[in-house]
Every structure is written in structure tokens, then in C-alpha cells.
Design a protein around this ligand. Structure first.
Ligand code: KG4
Ligand code: ZN
Length: 337
């Protein structure tokens, strides 16, 4: 029997829903929230309000696109955390009401778990390679930077992580220093095009073999820009591409260097990347370059599955459904891992 799952993601500033038939995607809808652009970052209170406004239309559209009646859904999966409390509460409460109203089970999903399992999303008519177990997954998002040893759909071991900022934060803070609009990571990527990645040298952190640190890099970047601005007030405009390319190069070098260490240490050569920063063009190129040099086999998600989406929640929900992992109606969100 085919299992139909509705997935809901509302951990930060994207209201998203997806319908899956088993592990195959039928629809995937995302409503972003432009309001945060005015403030240069996500404003939690506005995010919760926008989720409230968006959730019903997003789910309705998602069911229409999947050509499915809600009565045919077998279970509803939702992101329980980590994320912003007000944002998570909207998706959680909606999922509970939906499940209760239809008398179907509720499935809680961890956001990072979902980013890892985004590699198991199957699109109709597109047979993309799925990583075999065990594989290494570099999860790089706005709040997390981890290397995870993935042994099965549910058995995962964090073997390395950041001791301070996440890679996404390094991109976002770098963008802010340059006066680029939110969302910063994407803007750095865009403006790095044609820039010289070796124009400015930033320090590499001295941390454990598999751990990350980005706060030193951020401070060095801030001082570099500040010192040059004292001499030349047009320094940023005149060097924007080189600054973005150099910042991006340094972050990507740290990420791929740690992945190389993880491959050497574990002997595992199947390497996947997930989370918003995996949309970065330089990181994607570096992973493909590593594959061309026989360092690993790379698994890179389509950009729509790199950044926050509900397809990854629905596919995780499917794997939880077939192993009877359900949530209770009194489940409440968590903000941190
Ligand atoms: O996974 P995600 O969408 O949300 C979280 O779970 O945090 O990741 C968001 C992060 C942000 O820091 C954003 O700047 C970064 O992913 N990001 C990028 C790119 N697209 C999104 N960073 C670098 N290059 C990109 N193209
Ligand atoms: Zn995320």
C-alpha cells in the first residue's frame, strides 16, 4: 500500500509544505518572508506572524499540486526543532490540529535529521544517486555546522562540529560587514562571481581535526575591511567581488579541509552535503573537484532541497512512518539541539 505523508516546515522564516507518496515527492511549496529584508535579518516575531498568515494557503496549494484530498493523507510530519519557538509553534499546532481532525498519526521531525535525509528525496522521472550507508554528511546551515557519520536512516553520530559560529553565520555576518542585503550568504555567492579568491588572505582556525571555528575569520574580515576603509572610503565598492570571493574561498577551504580529515579518519568516501550553505556555488564546485580527484563520491542536493524546505520533512516522516515512530499530541517544540 502506498503511504501519503504531508510534511510541514516552519522552523525559521520559510513556511513550507510537501506531499509525498512513499519516498516520492508529489508537491513541494515554499512561501518565503520578504519582510525580514527590511531589517537585515530574521525578526522572530514577524516570522511567527507571517507563518500564521501563510500556513493555510501553503498547505492548500500543496494538496492541490499533489492532486490529493486531505482525507487520503496517512500521517502528518512536522519540524519540532531546533528553530525559533514562535515559528515552530505555528507548524506544530497546525500539524496537531490536522492530525486530530483527520484521526491520523503525528510524526515529529528534527530539522537537522531532515537536512541529512534530504538526500533520500526521490523526484518523479529523476533517478538521482542516493548515498549508501555509511556515509558522511556535512550539514552547513545558518545555525549548524556538523560532520555526521550516517549509519542508517536513524543512526547518526556527530563526529565534528563548530565550536562557535555556523558556516551560514560566517557568510551572513561577512555580508553584513560589506553592507550587503539579507539573505547574506546568497549575496556573497552572487557578488563573488568574477572576483579573485586570493585577493585577501584570511586566517585558518586552529581547532580539533574535525571541528570548525568561524568567529576568528569573521573578526579578521571585519578588521580587514575596517582598516582599508580608513585609507579608502570606497574600498568596499571598489573591491566587492574580490572581498566576497576571498571570504567564500576561506569558508569553503575550511569546510572541505575538515571533510578530507573526516574521510581519512573514517575511511568512508561517500560524502554528502546538506543545509542552506550547500547551495553555495563554490562549495558545490569544490565537492565536485574533490570527486574528480578521487577523494570521495559527492552527493549534492538540488538547491531547492539545500535551503529549508518541507520535502525533507516529508521524506523523514515517511521513514519514521514505516518504522512506527509516532509523536504524541502533547509534543512541544524545542529551540536547540
Ligand atoms: O538550512 P537553511 O536554509 O536554514 C537554517 O536551517 O539555518 O540555511 C540558511 C543559511 C543562511 O546562513 C544563508 O545565508 C545560507 O544558508 N545560504 C548560503 C547560500 N544560500 C543560503 N550561503 C552561501 N551561499 C549560498 N548560495
Ligand atoms: Zn535548515
Amino acid at each position: 500500500m502506498s503511504i501519503y505523508i504531508l510534511g510541514i516546515e516552519s522552523s525559521c522564516d520559510d513556511t513550507a509544505a510537501a506531499v509525498f507518496c512513499d519516498n516520492v515527492m508529489l508537491s513541494n511549496v515554499i512561501a518565503g518572508q520578504d519582510i525580514h529584508r527590511l531589517y537585515g535579518g530574521v525578526v522572530p516575531e514577524y516570522a511567527s506572524r507571517a507563518h500564521q498568515q501563510n500556513i493555510i494557503p501553503v498547505i492548500e496549494q500543496c494538496l492541490i499540486k499533489a492532486k490529493i484530498n486531505k482525507k487520503n493523507i496517512h500521517a502528518v510530519a512536522f519540524t519540532r526543532g531546533p528553530g525559533l519557538l514562535g515559528s515552530l509553534l505555528v507548524g506544530t499546532s497546525f500539524a496537531k490540529a490536522f492530525a486530530l481532525g483527520l484521526g491520523i498519526p503525528l510524526i515529529e521531525v528534527d530539522h537537522i535529521h531532515a537536512h541529512v535525509l534530504s538526500h533520500f528525496i526521490v523526484e518523479q522521472g529523476n533517478d538521482k544517486a542516493i548515498p549508501p550507508f555509511p556515509f558522511l554528511c556535512l550539514v552547513v546551515s545558518g545555525g549548524h555546522t556538523q560532520i555526521i557519520l550516517v549509519k542508517s536512516h536513524f543512526e547518526m553520530e556527530v563526529i565534528g562540529q563548530t565550536i562557535d559560529d555556523a558556516a551560514g553565520e560566517a557568510f551572513d555576518k561577512g555580508a553584513k560587514i560589506l553592507g550587503l542585503p539579507y539573505p547574506g550568504g546568497q549575496m556573497v555567492d552572487k557578488n563573488a562571481l568574477g572576483g579573485n579568491p586570493h585577493a585577501f588572505t584570511l586566517p585558518e582556525p586552529a581547532v580539533g581535526e574535525l571541528d570548525f571555528s568561524f568567529s576568528g575569520l569573521k573578526t579578521s574580515f571585519l578588521y580587514l575591511v575596517r582598516d582599508h576603509l580608513k585609507i579608502n572610503p570606497n574600498f568596499i565598492e571598489e573591491n566587492l567581488a574580490n572581498l566576497c570571493a576571498s571570504l567564500q574561498y576561506s569558508i569553503v577551504k575550511i569546510l572541505t579541509g575538515k571533510l578530507e580529515n573526516a574521510v581519512r579518519k573514517t575511511g568512508i568516501t561517500h560524502v554528502a552535503v546538506s543545509g542552506g550553505v550547500s547551495a553555495n556555488s563554490a562549495l558545490r564546485s569544490a565537492l565536485l573537484q574533490g570527486q574528480a580527484e578521487n577523494k570521495w563520491t559527492a552527493y549534492i542536493p538540488a538547491t531547492v532541497y539545500s535551503t529549508d524546505n518541507a520535502a525533507m520533512v516529508a521524506v523523514t516522516g515517511y521513514y519514521k512512518y514505516i518504522s512506527n515512530r509516532f509523536a504524541a499530541q502533547n509534543t512541544s517544540p524545542y529551540t536547540r539541539t
